[in-house]
Design a protein. Structure first.
Length: 343
């Protein structure tokens, strides 16, 4: 009996040691997992973002670079077992679609208090980390040579001064152009907005397929004015160019968002990542990675980047324009299909 008790005692000790070893290994695995956040991302300078985030938080950012459409398709396919914790950057329409499909987790970062509510989805499903802004890129040589004015308002663009000198892109091809016309319809109301566009397109000799097309033609000296996304970045890339960026009385914009993925395997790290993106430190890093307008006005912007507090942003209803995309484009086609579109 004593031998049996001794064997049982030894067995119990061994079991405790084995369990302790397993627990230690599990704790180690959890600890290792807690130092990782996986991000689907469409942004510039990803290594810079990853390095600075890890330096600030101790958490390793593993990322997969994907377009908006690719990221949305993956999130749909992986809905029951997502690989990503966070989605950063890309088109707001894709984020809205993901929100409607239950692919995103609502999270209101404490740092959102320092951001204009315009840039934050009301329930916290996405928050802008930077802004794509629509402005005018103008060729200063042509303005001087032809005695052309500098626009101040959207109404200026429909006057005879701009006829034949204004280039825009085609919204049936370019997402940039689609949100630009949505901004105009939002600004004026749909009825007056379509009347405005009737006059606007009378001043455009043709349209380009890509949103970058108008800016490229202005930079080349072929036309005086181009409706362009983030026109300030042209001079940041090459300060010797004879161009100037102008933001009009109301700035049409859309966010480059960040969201937490529903069912994320590292939800706390995902929150830390979102918080970091919206912090002063994170905003400065993201601005270095891609010189867009930041969402915080209390940081020092790099040379050439506008501070958001100096711009008058239009209140955009992205959900409405996303839901009405087909109707808007059908109306656009019925009115303006005769305008030629080039590369």
């Amino acid at each position: 009996m004593k031998n049996l008790k001794g064997i049982l005692a030894i067995f119990c000790v061994m079991a405790v040691l084995v369990f302790a070893g397993c627990t230690e290994q599990q704790a180690s695995n959890v600890s290792q997992e807690e130092q990782i956040v996986t991000v689907y991302v469409a942004y510039g300078s990803l290594d810079l973002i990853a390095d600075e985030f890890e330096k600030d938080t101790g958490i390793k950012m593993e990322y997969v670079s994907l377009s908006s459409g690719e990221a949305l398709s993956r999130l749909k396919a992986e809905q029951s077992n997502p690989s990503a914790d966070v989605w950063l950057g890309g088109g707001i329409d894709a984020f809205i679609s993901a929100q409607q499909d239950g692919l995103l987790e609502a999270y209101k970062s404490p740092n959102a208090k320092d951001i204009d509510p315009l840039f934050v989805e009301e329930d916290g499903y996405w928050t802008g980390v930077s802004l794509v802004t629509i402005g005018i890129l103008e060729n200063t040589d042509l303005l001087s040579e032809k005695g052309l004015p500098q626009p101040q308002t959207w109404d200026d663009l429909i006057t005879d001064d701009y006829k034949g000198e204004l280039i825009a892109s085609n919204p049936t091809v370019s997402g940039t152009a689609y949100f630009t016309i949505c901004g105009i319809l939002q600004m004026y109301g749909e009825d007056e907005g379509w009347n405005y566009l009737d006059k606007f397109y009378q001043n455009t000799p043709f349209l380009t397929k890509r949103g970058s097309g108008p800016g490229n033609l202005v930079t080349a000296g072929e036309y005086a004015y181009g409706v362009a996304p983030d026109p300030h970045t042209t001079l940041i890339a090459d300060s010797e160019l004879p161009v100037k960026s102008v933001f009009l009385n109301k700035v049409i914009w859309w966010p480059s968002p960040v969201s937490i993925v529903s069912g994320a395997k590292h939800p706390e790290n995902a929150k830390i990542f979102v918080d970091w993106c919206l912090s002063k430190e994170g905003q400065e890093v993201l601005m270095q990675a891609s010189p867009r307008v930041p969402v915080r006005g209390d940081i020092e912007v790099i040379e050439g980047v506008p501070n958001p507090k100096d711009l008058d942003f239009l209140d955009m209803d992205f959900m409405y324009w996303g839901e009405n995309r087909d109707r808007i484009l059908d109306e656009w086609e019925s009115r303006y299909r005769e305008i030629s579109t080039t590369e």
